[in-house]
Design a protein around this ligand. Structure first.
Ligand SMILES: Cc1cc2nc3c(=O)[nH]c(=O)nc-3n(C[C@H](O)[C@H](O)[C@H](O)COP(=O)(O)OP(=O)(O)OC[C@H]3O[C@@H](n4cnc5c(N)ncnc54)[C@H](O)[C@@H]3O)c2cc1C
Length: 549
């Protein structure tokens, strides 16, 4: 495109506008993760998603969906309550794109080994141009195992959930070409402590039917067709399915009070809702609300890890692009030794995040096929990965933003959007501390999970002395029950780094794993860009993007 030069000066040394790119092709760690976790058959599917995700048009739709956020219409022009949210067409475009590639269903519909890894790749790639739609994609994917607690409900909803068509019409689910699902647990008095939920459930005459009264303080994507929610039934805290439309064809009493004004994630509507004799169908037994909905939460936590890895990847890839094309002090930034260290360290952090996120996706895959060892590993490693990757995400995005200099700090570029999105993964689906406490709980209630984790870690024993020392230190720390809660973040961080090190030592080229151990294990934490002088900077950068040089 020819752009008119301003009369006062010639614009030079600004990086060229991006053309369409294939986000999959440039991402070697992703391809390798898919291959080693049984999803080689899906490389072409992921490539198609990566090509669509990397189009200039898709990034532009992401910008538009954020610039023109959703609006709530509580009433129609005649004063009837309608409780609908209106979105910019760009949001609908992105939803349709995600569903076309199966970001919401591939894990359950592909029916073969590696399905959750394949779906994870699609999700990780499509979260990069815009993460707001990833929320309903994740919840729609994640609801399936919880629904399976009730075979009749699963039989009714699973075929709908498997449709690749996005149908934004507001109609009963049975009349739609495709549906999406949400989750409403958090109440005003507490989100982490859901047992404090005050919403009440009153049984109706028909088996499994109830009326709910109360509220939810956060309910994202309220235009979904159905929601899993928690309420106090006579038998205790119970899981329910609340559809937007009742079985008799009337609109359910699902009142959207207002939309949240959020720091980021602005394309996605997050609402406050009220139930007032709202029709609901019980899922699982009365009093088993948390164990029933936890299957859904387990999957969304994996998605937080995958999504945060995707955001880190996009930010780092942008930094590599910027530094390839921008010069300072007579050299391109990517040629400046100190910037090269920063970029290589960002690449290393992303590679480690990708390896760990796909490892937990693979554990979900195997445990769905009945592998008990992988279930145990996934039980513990998911909370570890969710905690650590979500925690690292804002740091990586910030550093990638700084690589852009002042251009990173203006709203026109994607970095500002990534920066405002980045902290969210660490808040929802169980905040940082809650993940760490969950790790302690799993260790205490299911000691076998610890052995599964050490079996995984042990596969890299002997590969690096720093890694061996870290493992020994972890064993020691876990054996000491004193101050376990107060020390939990340190413990979980240690487990996360050990898992990442073990994956890189086994599966990445030798110098990559070595650089990870040298920079992340042992001494205290340092800033990004502090890799040792002999670290393989060229190799790390080339693995992140072969075109960045
Ligand atoms: C954009 C957005 C969208 C959301 N969408 C949804 C949705 O669709 N559905 C839904 O149900 N919820 C949703 N949430 C809510 C989210 O899941 C909760 O905010 C989260 O679980 C934390 O709950 P809380 O806000 O009540 O904080 P609190 O539970 O009050 O926690 C506050 C802090 O205390 C920490 N903490 C809690 N207990 C302990 C403890 N025992 N020891 C140490 N620290 C502790 C937490 O880690 C957290 O840092 C959304 C939130 C956001 C920001």
């Amino acid at each position: 495109m020819i752009r008119a030069a301003r009369e006062t000066h010639e614009v030079v040394n600004q990086v060229p506008f991006l053309e369409d790119v294939d986000l999959f092709a440039a991402d070697l760690p992703l391809r390798e993760a898919m291959t080693r976790h049984g999803a080689e058959w899906a490389l072409e599917l992921a490539q198609a998603a990566g090509q669509d995700a990397g189009k200039v048009e898709t990034f532009e739709q992401g910008r538009l969906a954020n610039t023109y956020p959703p609006r709530l219409r509580t009433h129609d022009e005649r004063g009837h309550r309608i409780d609908q949210v209106e979105f910019h067409p760009a949001y609908h475009h992105l939803m349709a794109l995600n569903m076309k590639h199966g970001a919401h269903c591939l894990g359950w519909t592909a029916g073969r080994e590696g399905a959750h890894v394949a779906r994870g790749a699609v999700f990780y790639l499509l979260t990069q141009p815009e993460a707001g739609v990833s929320c309903p994609m994740s919840m729609t994917h994640a609801v399936v195992p919880s629904l399976r607690n009730d075979p009749a409900l699963a039989a009714e909803w699973e075929p709908r959930l498997g449709s690749r068509e996005y149908d934004p019409s507001f109609r009963p689910a049975g009349e739609k070409a495709g549906v999406t699902f949400g989750m409403a647990m958090t109440e005003k008095q507490g989100g982490s402590d859901v047992r404090a939920n005050s919403t009440r459930a009153e049984p109706l005459g028909a088996e499994g039917e109830y009326l709910l009264s109360g509220h939810k303080w956060f309910c994202s994507a309220p235009m979904c067709d159905g929601f899993l929610t928690l309420a106090q039934a006579p038998g205790g805290l119970t899981c329910f399915l609340v559809p937007r439309w009742c079985p008799d064809g009337s609109q359910n009493r699902f009142f959207v009070q207002r939309l949240k004004e959020k720091i980021g994630n602005r394309a996605n509507a997050s609402s406050e809702i009220e139930y007032d004799r709202t029709w609901a169908r019980r899922v699982g037994e009365e009093g088993r609300g948390v164990p029933t909905i936890i299957d859904m939460v387990h999957s969304t936590r994996i998605d937080v890890a995958l999504g945060a890895a995707g955001i880190m990847r996009q930010a780092t890839w942008r930094a590599l692009y910027h530094c390839t094309h921008r010069s300072a002090f007579g050299k391109r930034l990517i040629e400046q030794p100190l910037m090269r260290n920063v970029l290589a360290d960002l690449a290393l952090e992303c590679e480690a995040a990708t390896a760990l996120a796909f490892r937990v996706a693979a554990a979900q895959d195997a445990s769905q096929r009945g592998d008990e060892g992988e279930r145990r590993l996934g039980r513990l490693a998911t909370a570890v990965a969710k905690y650590w990757i979500a925690k690292r995400c804002p740091h990586v995005v910030f550093e990638a933003l700084e690589c852009h200099g002042g251009n990173g700090y203006v709203e026109e570029g994607i970095l500002s959007r990534l920066y405002r999105e980045a902290p969210l993964g660490s808040i929802w689906e169980g905040s940082g501390n809650v993940q760490c406490l969950d790790v302690l709980r799993a260790m205490q209630r299911e000691p076998d999970t610890v052995e599964a984790l050490f079996a995984e870690l042990g596969q890299a024993s002997g590969a690096d002395s720093r890694f061996d020392a870290a493992l020994a230190g972890l064993r020691q720390a876990l054996a000491d029950p004193a101050q376990a809660q107060a020390r939990a973040r340190r413990t979980v961080e240690g487990l996360a780094l050990a898992l990442q090190a073990s994956l890189l030592l086994r599966h990445a080229p030798g110098p990559v794993g070595e650089a990870f151990c040298a920079s992340r294990l042992g001494e205290g934490w340092r800033e990004l860009g502090t890799l040792p002088g002999d670290a393989p900077l060229d190799q790390l950068i080339a693995r992140a993007d072969p075109s960045a040089r």
